[in-house]
Ligand binder design. Structure first.
Ligand code: SF4
Length: 225
């Protein structure tokens, strides 16, 4: 069930085994996996469900509505890097370019040492990557959607003997309209609301949009002994 909180007529009370905050690339697969394992899942998403997205909207409207802080979010550090974050069902997968790559081995090695993932090996992730990629249709961007500039780039690289290949993206029938960052008007980008979220919902997860989490109250539960 996917419900917008603004349509609720009374306060919502529910018990769950797990509450997930955010419906993007982290929250959506997590909701799916836990619901599949039989857990009672509630997922809360700050933004609205914008799908299918309208072509007619001006570019500032999606920025205002579907980006956290209208897209003015940055990393800390020197230099600071713009890091837009989505605020919509599907999270940032709604407004990113759909580029998908696997966790680099070096990064995994860092996580493994830093967070004590001693029992996990990089090769153990391969079947999991494959499963996730299959679910969101990861494939190289088709040549016909690359545009003249990218085709020229490939031609130049080839002439110089430099290997190049299109990026892997989560797409189905991409028309190359290049509007990914405003929500794909062609429904081609396979963002979370097209795969993991409906699958989680079908497995019984409750998904609530327009539900910004502002406070988490932790009550100490009774413990034996
Ligand atoms: S059709 Fe356009 S907006 Fe949609 S994924 Fe392809 S390039 Fe992006």
């Amino acid at each position: 069930m996917i419900t917008d909180s603004q349509t609720l007529e009374e306060n919502f009370h529910a018990d769950a085994d797990v509450v997930i905050v955010g419906s993007g690339a982290g929250g959506a697969p997590m909701a799916y996996q836990l619901a599949k394992a039989g857990w009672k899942v509630i997922l809360l998403e700050e933004g609205r469900n914008y799908t299918p997205y309208s072509f007619e909207r001006k570019s500032w409207e999606p920025m205002r509505d579907m980006y956290r802080d209208s897209g003015m979010t940055f990393t800390l550090g020197t230099p600071s890097i713009p890091l837009p974050m989505g605020r919509a069902l599907g999270g940032t997968t709604i407004i990113n370019s759909g580029t998908c790559f696997r966790i680099p081995e070096k990064v995994f090695g860092h996580w493994k040492n830093e967070f004590g993932l001693s029992e996990m090996e990089y090769k153990d992730l391969m079947p999991l990557f494959e499963k996730a990629e299959e679910k969101v249709h990861v494939q190289p961007a088709p040549l016909e959607a690359l545009g003249a500039n990218n085709l020229l780039f490939i031609e130049g690289a080839t002439k110089l003997g430099i290997k190049s290949k299109p990026l892997n993206r989560n797409i189905k029938n991409c028309k190359g309209a290049g509007l990914c960052v405003f929500g794909c008007p062609e429904n081609a980008k396979q963002s979370m609301e097209k795969n993991f979220l409906p699958a989680a919902s079908n497995l019984g997860a409750t998904i609530i949009t327009s539900a910004r989490v502002e406070k988490i109250c932790i009550k100490k539960m009774w413990q034996p002994g």
